[in-house]
Design a protein around this ligand. Structure first.
Ligand SMILES: C[S@@+](CC[C@H](N)C(=O)[O-])C[C@H]1O[C@@H](n2cnc3c(N)ncnc32)[C@H](O)[C@@H]1O
Length: 298
């Protein structure tokens, strides 16, 4: 599909996997990538942020601007594919602007199913003082898809059950041995006996991760573990992940670590260059100790 690509393209190949960095406007680049992606995971320019570094859109115009990406994103995804949007709203004149909610609403009215809202809980938030609010400690990760049953593999994101289970599951009471429904008729219930003998459980939709500390020659880098979580959950092994606001290439690193192919797009040539060298550097260092990947080619 990319053979005749008119954009500057660099492909990093490792074993059977590829990570292609493409320099261009993702709305244009994605015209060559129709019906092929299992997952789009990305973080766009936030409204009114980082004006010195790249195009920044005012909160009032954000929904209309973001909507110009709706068609290219929708068309590039496979039918059971997913779109994960990491984003944060902002305070304007002392009040939270709702452009993020408005954007999700506009996408929902145009064919996307809003499957779930994940929260990235920052375990090391920036300190600060505001007279009427506390410091921001989280961001949204919206999971959207083309069907109500997108590819979903919870097995890959399971985590250790935790020390608490050793004592709690040792002596189960009468109540613990059957399903216990919530007394407020909410429909929620639990059967704690199902956890006996298990070493791993599904995580919740709150993802605890620290902010990236080190400078990656890009002003807004998200942690590798953020796209990695969604790649494992929403893209099958060997599948294709696209990041249409690729920045420093974080999603490309995560995809290679997870054994998935990727296309990383950014319209700034300097960030594309940085992405290529960062991906080569971090993957050859065995980043994240998930994989050691020898034999990197340009
Ligand atoms: C928030 S940053 C992404 C950072 C990335 N998640 C990382 O970890 O490095 C958004 C990026 O979108 C890029 N961008 C803005 N408009 C774009 C467009 N129309 N097409 C492609 N990239 C775009 C900017 O250059 C910027 O690098």
């Amino acid at each position: 599909m990319l053979e005749s690509c008119e954009f500057t393209t660099t492909t990093i190949k490792i074993n059977q996997l590829s990570c292609t960095v493409i320099c261009g406007d993702s709305r244009e680049v994605l015209k060559d990538l129709v019906n092929c992606a299992n997952l789009i995971v990305t973080s766009p320019p936030y409204a009114d942020a980082r004006k010195k570094h790249y195009d920044s859109i005012s909160p009032d115009e954000f929904t209309d601007w973001f909507f110009t990406f709706h068609n290219p994103f929708f068309k590039s995804l496979l039918e059971d594919g997913s779109f994960v949007l990491n984003i944060k709203d902002k305070v304007v004149n002392g009040v939270r602007h709702r452009f993020v909610w408005e954007t999700i609403q506009a996408l929902s009215e145009n064919g996307w199913y809003a499957i779930d809202d994940y929260i990235w809980h920052k375990t090391n938030p920036m300190p600060g003082y505001w007279p009427s609010r506390l410091s921001d400690g989280w961001e949204y990760c919206f999971h959207l898809s083309k069907t109500k049953t997108p590819f979903f593999n919870r097995e890959e994101v399971k985590k250790p059950i935790g020390e608490w289970s050793k004592s709690r599951l040792k002596n189960l009471s009468e109540v613990d041995l059957s399903r216990h429904n919530s007394s407020n008729e909410s429909g929620f219930g639990r059967d704690i006996s199902k956890w006996v003998g298990k070493s791993e459980v599904s995580p919740t939709n709150v993802i605890d991760l620290p902010l990236v500390g080190k400078n990656k020659n890009h002003p807004a880098v998200f942690p590798v573990d953020l796209p990695l979580f969604f790649i494992k959950l929403l893209c099958p092994p060997g599948g294709l992940v696209i990041d249409p606001f690729g920045g420093s290439g974080t999603t490309g690193i995560a995809a290679l670590m997870a054994g998935r192919n990727s296309v990383i797009i950014d319209n700034n040539p300097e960030y594309c260059e940085e992405a290529v060298s960062r991906i080569r550097r971090e993957i050859s260092n065995g980043k994240g100790s998930v994989w050691f990947l020898p034999g990197i080619e340009g």
